[in-house]
Ligand binder design. Structure first.
Ligand code: GLN
Length: 549
């Protein structure tokens, strides 16, 4: 049986519990332990699959097809290990299980209650991943903020486990905020004291307090937090704002978070942290030798969390190329044939983002046309790939009003259409084509050069597909299906003959990029954007322009 660490949050949301949990996990992993992280979310949706990105940011998808919280993306990117359905549990899923059990008569005769039935189910799921010998440590992040009505049953479950598990098998790390009052020029510990008191009232006593702060914590502040919150001064950990989330594990190492945890859990004989690859990545990230500007064409660009994995993938790929990738957000809703050149001229590459529904799609199509005609590196993901297909149909094949049946049910050219099994789908939750599928790559293609492999596996989250009835027409005109599912023959990758870098993928490569394993599609796209930038400079010089250094 594994040991368990629970990470709770106080004072406000958005303090970065996921990053702290992932950083702690990374440090423990770097010392040779087998670690996984799971997230328990207090909302009633069974999973975040039906949530609008404005509500909850990106929906992360695992290999086994679970639609999950975006923090699982951080866990995978930090640990370089896949997560699964079991790593994300919501109140909705807990209640669904308990109610289904009640309908089957399993609680016969008993009144079904929050305590013990809901809390028992929470505990069962909290322990589940630790029951095999796959892991030495399971870290559980509790979503929400201590004191919320919604998170009460989860905190209660942790209280019971603290009592039921051997003392050295369970601990609680509480993340809080130490705000800085500009007028008083002081850091304030009161909100932290209150949040720890609230947690204690619910019966849970934290072993470690991690303090998010904009300024370093003095010894006096540390002592004060320790005294009022009843922990040892060395268990008060400073989490100073970092320039990148990837610095956080090293900051936690400096603060000794991992050592406190190892001591408390009585884990002896651990190795020194092996973080060579991680540090190598940070060096490259912090000292880029070149720079590119990539346009992110999307409709949720006001909210960065909506494209979290894409943005992180660019950070990994940028570091790999020792290139600073500047993302320029371009709102697809406001792109027109008239303004497109002005908006995109300065860019070195275009990524057309995933998405659902009609809003902003015409702008995406116009952007694809610009990239295709100007030989600007293009990378379309999911809806972005579908838009590339539609653009080609309309402007190269000359099929007016070609479209996806998602946006135009009666288009004369349904080049993107629903598969038969999707037509029958009524329920929205968990019914898309989800999770990992194999893809066979054709030889002598750009995709093959990028992946250096004939068979790959990538994660999906979509309903619509390339309509194979039109495949011959597309291929004759130069848009090739360079990757296809070996069984269903669905088109997974398209690329444009004669263009230096034009690739669209039906799946979501951004879900598999990690610090230690940047995704080849992003790495090569950034490289192509760098080459395009150099070419633009050469052309400018040949035209007599002076280029500022
Ligand atoms: N809306 C499209 C579909 O369902 C694309 C989905 C996506 O971009 N994730 O097929």
């Amino acid at each position: 049986m594994a040991k368990f660490i629970f990470v709770t949050g106080g004072v406000t949301s958005s303090l970065g519990k996921g990053i702290i949990a992932a950083s702690l996990a990374k440090l423990l992993q770097s010392r040779g332990l087998k670690v996984t992280i799971q997230k328990f979310d207090p909302y009633l949706n069974v999973d975040p699959g039906t949530l609008n990105p404005y509500e909850h940011g990106e929906c992360f998808v695992t290999d086994d097809g679970a639609e999950t919280d975006l923090d699982l993306g951080h866990y995978e990117r930090f640990l370089n290990l896949p997560t699964s359905q079991a790593n994300n549990v919501t109140t909705g899923r807990i209640y669904q299980t308990v109610i289904n059990r009640e309908r089957e008569g399993e609680y016969l005769g008993k009144t079904v209650q929050v305590v013990p039935h809901i809390t028992d189910e929470i505990k069962r799921r909290m322990l589940l991943l630790g029951e095999s010998d796959n892991y030495d440590i399971v870290i559980t992040e509790l979503g929400g903020t201590v004191g919320d009505i919604e998170s009460l049953p989860f905190v209660e479950a942790v209280r019971q486990l603290q009592w039921e598990l051997p003392e050295e098998d369970c601990m609680v790390v509480h993340l809080t905020l130490i705000p800085y009052l500009k007028a008083a020029k002081e850091l304030k510990t009161k909100p932290t004291q209150h949040s720890v008191r609230m947690l204690s009232q619910e019966g849970v006593h934290p072993d470690v307090i991690v303090c998010r702060t904009e300024h370093p914590l003095s010894d006096e502040i540390r002592r004060k937090v320790a005294l009022f919150c009843n922990v040892k001064p060395n268990a008060v950990i400073e989490a100073l704002d970092a320039s990148t989330i990837y610095e956080v594990p090293l900051k936690m190492l400096q603060e000794g978070l991992d050592v406190i945890v190892l001591k408390q859990l009585q884990i002896n004989g651990y190795a020194a942290p092996e973080l060579t690859k991680w540090r190598g990545f940070l060096d490259k990230l912090n000292y880029p030798k070149s720079r590119v500007k990539i346009g992110l064409i999307g409709k949720y660009i006001e909210l960065q969390d909506a494209y979290k994995s894409i943005l992180e993938s660019f950070i990994h790929a940028g570091a790999m190329n020792q290139c600073k990738v500047q993302i320029v957000n371009v709102h697809s809703e406001f792109l027109t044939n008239e303004n497109i050149a002005d908006k995109l001229r300065d860019l070195d590459g275009l990524l057309v983002a995933p998405g659902f529904g009609n809003r902003g799609v015409e702008g995406k199509i116009i952007a694809v046309k610009y990239a295709r005609e100007n030989k600007m590196p293009f990378f379309g993901i999911c809806l972005g790939m579908q838009m590339a297909v539609i653009e080609f149909a309309r402007n190269v094949l000359g099929w007016q009003n070609a479209h996806s049946t998602e946006m135009d049910a009666i288009t004369p050219y349904p080049v993107i259409a629903l598969m038969e099994e999707q037509k029958k789908v009524k329920k929205k939750g968990g019914t898309m084509r989800l999770g990992a599928y194999p893809c066979e790559i054709a030889p002598n293609t750009l995709a093959h050069k990028i992946y250096e492999s004939e068979l790959i596996s990538e994660r999906h989250r979509h309903r619509w597909e390339f309509n194979n009835n039109y495949l011959n027409d597309f291929e004759h005109a130069g848009l090739l299906a360079s990757g296809r599912n070996p069984d269903s023959k669905l088109v997974e990758i398209v690329e444009l003959k004669g263009h230096p870098y034009f690739i669209g993928v039906q799946y979501h490569p951004e879900l598999k990029s990690t610090v230690e394993n940047p995704h080849p599609l992003f790495v090569n796209f950034v490289k192509a954007a760098g080459e395009f930038a150099e070419l633009k400079i050469k052309i400018k010089i040949s035209q007599g322009e002076t280029i500022p250094s």
